[in-house]
Design a protein around this ligand. Structure first.
Ligand code: ATP
Ligand code: ATP
Ligand code: MG
Ligand code: MG
Length: 877
């Protein structure tokens, strides 16, 4: 077996719209291609042995053990690898369920498709599955060590890549509200929403967290001062920088017991609590001083009580938790060390912040704290007695949290909300020490010891006791108040031909609204009519560039086959999905061999149209019409003919359409015909002479109309859209050379030739074609290009591309010649393989009023050459 290629799909794709995170592994089964599993001795038994949990895979039989039965009775290796890749991820703690295995047109080569949660882990699982199967085939076993290593590696990959726990809760809530999110490439920032509506979070800091507030919260002394000035109870304390100030400071706060901590600490580092003697105080001073960058130490009165965290979001208390330091409870038999081990076996306890709780570690601090209570690790703790291993209650050092949200006294709610406002934080974690949160702080001598910016959510979302609280909801409510948008309209355009032209026209119409339009095409990425990046930008990377842009108000995205196949769409839903046409082109690439498969690729754009959105489909193209049944939103059709039966039927049922009637581009809405403009007044249609351009313009008018753009603005848009040669080189560039005209177009497939033919057919003078074709197309395609040329031109010069794409020089020309003679034997085409020479010849021999049409390999060269022939103007301004 050999893995030929692994692709990672990150959005709606050919295989699935909903399961948008898929690995596609192109696998050559080699000698196993003809060998089903039942013919491989020991395979079935070996697999059960290594992966007994596969019994849960129902597979096609539809019951428990179904997949094993398929293996026993005989199934092929690709299918088995798919199930193993899924199961390995499942065992590593990332449940996944979707898989498909399909033959390609190459015998023995399969596409094995399976879901992933973490993409690195997904790819790893695919490789491990192949390794495992190969070993089972070769030896009947897979070593336990290797298997355990695979799982350990997978877990590592998943843990490293996963979002932090707080970020994840916010992202999940966003997802539940259909707010899109994406991970930005720096500082673990997450973008919620698209374009101009986006907001950002970084852990629990948000776009609304002000720098002044965050810095104030990080300055404990400053925080205390501001709160004290506001009449909020805070610990009595003072800051010192030298040991000889210690005694005076202790006196100042009212004597022992005291707390000593670094001025600029966090996570409980360098803190000593309940310090009772001068000697302890000196030790604590050294500890705190060492932990402080500025060697500044806080001396505070010690307040009895337990630690509480009040979480205030957007001015309101969202949750309250009591935090209890790491501890164990005695059973009268076990030593403290044993009790710790038992406690750590809780599956909820992990390392660091990876899990709901953190494991208790035995270290110097723990021994110290135990010592103060009169215990050692070997002490047997009496039944019910509690031994603490930490003085502070941080979850990250093994503490637990108990929800108290429903118990907090209203006055404390009022205080906490004021505190958040005084500090100025949108999301504030307020640390309170009090004996009883149910009583007003003043009554029980409770104090606010600190205010945290970016507070962790773990203790509220997954408290050890009490109700979990959905605190992501108020965060999202703050970032996206109910009723406000998070998305910008997305208009996505696909099809075999005309995508760029239509995308540009749609953008131009959208621009008439005065909004900032971001659009991507084969020429580049544009925002507000400025070029951001040049090049072929029809994939998800460029689409994300638009969706990430904070100025974009409308996104218009040319969405080509290549990107959809390579990594899926960059968006999981769009408002308008336009499918222009599906024609034979690019077949045989990327395992898309038939035009029906190609239709399925392009159908992805129609299928992601949201329930409130519109799919704009070509009623003159049966494959495009066929997509309608999978559309979740509404459908609108365009057609060149008012008599198209699909349109009739659609209108009768109250649908919306755009048609070409009596020389006008018109919208049909119910019984009404709304005329947009006469084709002769729409420059892109070349005075109405280029029928396919009329079709593109109809699609653009319809797409913008269903998006709610005023018909006046659409009219203004189509009238003023004049793509210059510089803007759209190679797309119907017509040059008026005085004596005759020249047309440069890079049509490169039969449908493109036919389209140009539609225009050429309307030309009254002599028509000379300079034709060729890309060498990587199939023989039949090239022959067809020849036939189509014979139908179009009075005279033909056959040329070839410089790059023959693997064919012998002259081979492409021969095939085109064959096509020409099949169609019209009397035509007598000339062959000049060099493109420049061929074009020169055509331009110098065409008769007055005639038209030379060239389908060039290099558009720029052809344009330069034609312009040398004394261009007066070109039709497109
Ligand atoms: P964290 O990062 O966990 O918030 P920190 O390093 O910022 O910790 P503080 O929040 O100032 O430190 O203190 C940690 C804990 O120590 C408090 O939550 C509280 O339990 C206890 N503590 C701090 N100051 C006092 C005090 N004056 N009286 C009683 N307990 C205190
Ligand atoms: P690409 O796949 O190269 O990005 P595209 O789909 O973006 O192409 P355009 O750049 O708009 O298409 O047009 C390229 C050529 O395709 C045009 O010059 C014309 O020859 C042909 N074409 C454009 N629109 C249509 C159409 N609706 N039907 C058939 N052919 C068309
Ligand atoms: Mg604190
Ligand atoms: Mg294009």
């Amino acid at each position: 077996m050999k893995i030929l290629r692994t692709q990672t799909l990150r959005g709606p794709n050919y295989w699935s719209i909903r399961r948008d995170k898929l690995i596609v592994m192109r696998l050559d089964l080699e000698d196993l291609a003809e060998k089903p599993s039942n013919e491989i001795p020991g395979f079935y038994e070996g697999l059960i042995d290594v992966l007994p949990s596969l019994v849960e895979h129902y597979c096609s039989p539809g019951y428990r053990g179904g997949f094993f039965e398929r293996v026993r009775t005989g199934t092929y290796m690709g299918h088995i690898i798919e199930h193993i890749a899924l199961e390995l991820q499942e065992l590593a703690g990332t449940p996944v369920g979707f898989g498909r295995t399909r033959a390609t047109s190459t015998p023995g080569v399969y596409n094995v498709v399976f879901e992933y949660v973490d993409e690195q882990a997904g790819r790893y699982a695919g490789r491990a599955a192949v390794r495992l199967c190969q070993s089972l085939v070769d030896t009947g076993t897979y070593s336990k060590e290797e298997f355990d290593q695979d799982l350990a590696d997978l877990r590592d990959l998943c843990n490293n890549a996963a979002l932090g726990p707080s970020t994840e809760t916010i992202v999940k809530e966003a997802q539940a509200r259909n707010i899109p999110w994406l991970l930005l490439s720096a500082r673990a920032m997450v973008q919620l929403g698209y374009g101009v509506h986006q907001k950002r979070i970084q852990a629990t800091l948000s776009s609304f967290s002000g720098i002044l507030a965050v810095e104030l919260a990080c300055d404990k002394e400053g925080t205390k001062t501001i709160l004290k000035d506001g009449g909020i109870p805070v610990p009595r304390g003072t800051v010192i920088q030298y040991l000889d100030e210690l005694s005076a400071a202790i006196e100042e706060v009212g004597g022992f017991p005291i707390v000593i901590k670094p001025l600029d600490g966090n996570h409980g580092r360098g803190i000593s609590i309940d310090v009772k003697t001068q000697q302890e105080a000196e030790e604590a001073y050294d500890l705190a001083s060492a932990a402080s960058k500025t060697r500044s130490v806080i001396v505070e009165r010690y307040y009895k009580g337990s630690d509480h965290r009040i979480l205030v979001i957007n001015g309101k208390v969202a949750a309250v938790a009591e935090r209890i330091p790491a501890h164990v409870v005695g059973d009268g038999r076990s030593t403290i060390e044993e009790l710790i081990e038992i406690t750590n076996q809780d599956p909820n306890r992990g390392d660091g912040h990876a899990n709901v709780l953190t494991k208790i570690t035995i270290d110097k601090t723990a021994l110290n704290v135990l010592g103060k209570q009169g215990y050692e690790l070997t002490s047997i703790l009496p039944q019910g007695a509690i031994a603490y291993l930490r003085a502070t209650a941080n979850l990250s050092t093994g503490g637990i949290a108990v929800d108290r949200t429903d118990e907090i006294h209203p006055e404390n709610v009022w205080i906490a909300q004021r505190v958040a406002k005084l500090i100025g934080l949108d999301i504030a974690g307020i640390d309170v020490v009090t004996d009883d949160i149910r009583k007003p702080l003043k009554e029980v001598d409770g104090v606010i010891v600190e205010v945290n910016a970016a507070p962790g959510f773990r203790m509220h979302v997954a408290p050890s006791r009490g109700l979990p609280r959905n605190i992501a909801a108020p965060v999202i409510d703050m970032l996206f108040p109910p009723g406000t948008p998070s998305r910008v309209p997305i208009l996505a355009i696909t099809g075999t031909n005309g995508k760029t032209t239509t995308s540009r026209l749609i953008s131009h119409i959208c621009r008439q609204t005065g909004k900032v339009v971001g659009f991507t095409t084969t020429d580049g990425v544009y925002i507000d009519d400025y070029l951001v990046e040049k090049g072929d930008n029809t994939g998800p990377y460029s689409a994300s560039m638009i969706l990430k842009d904070p100025t974009v108000e409308i996104a218009v995205l040319e969405t080509a086959r290549g990107g959809i196949l390579r990594s899926g769409l960059a968006f999981n839903q769009c408002d308008v999905g336009v499918v222009l046409n599906v024609a034979a082109d690019h077949l045989g690439i990327g395992d898309i061999d038939t035009i029906e498969q190609m239709a399925k690729v392009k159908s992805v754009v129609a299928e992601v149209v949201s329930a409130e959105g519109y799919a704009v489909l070509n009623a003159d193209d049966p494959l495009t019409v066929g997509m309608a049944e999978k559309v979740k939103g509404r459908v609108a059709y365009f057609s060149m003919s008012p008599d198209n039966p699909i349109i009739h039927d659609h209108i009768r049922r109250g649908g919306m359409a755009a048609i070409y009637e009596n020389g006008y581009l018109s919208i049909l809405e119910g019984e009404w015909t709304l005329r947009i403009e006469e084709a002769v007044n729409i420059p892109v249609t070349m005075q109405g002479m280029a029928p396919f351009m009329i079709a593109n313009a109809l699609a653009a008018c319809l797409a913008t109309f269903v998006q709610g753009i005023d018909i006046e603005l659409i009219r203004q848009g189509v009238r003023t859209f004049k793509p210059s040669v510089a803007q759209t080189p190679g797309r119907m560039n017509l040059f008026d050379l005085g004596h005759h005209h020249a047309l440069i177009d890079y049509a490169h497939n039969p449908a493109g030739y036919e389209a140009v033919g539609g225009f050429v057919g309307n030309w009254s003078g002599e028509k000379v074609g300079v034709v060729g074709g890309p060498g990587d197309r199939r023989d039949d395609d090239l022959i067809l290009l020849g036939k189509l040329s014979a139908l179009m031109f009075d005279r033909i010069i056959v040329k070839e591309d410089n790059d023959t794409r693997g064919r012998r020089r002259g081979e492409v020309a021969d095939l085109i010649l064959r096509g020409i003679s099949q169609e019209n034997a009397s035509l007598r085409p000339e062959v000049i393989l060099d493109e420049t020479e061929a074009l020169e010849k055509a331009l110098s021999t065409v008769s007055e009023g005639g038209l030379v049409v060239i389908f060039p390999e290099s558009v720029t060269q052809a344009i330069d050459l034609v312009e040398k022939h004394r261009p007066l103007t070109d039709n497109q301004g």
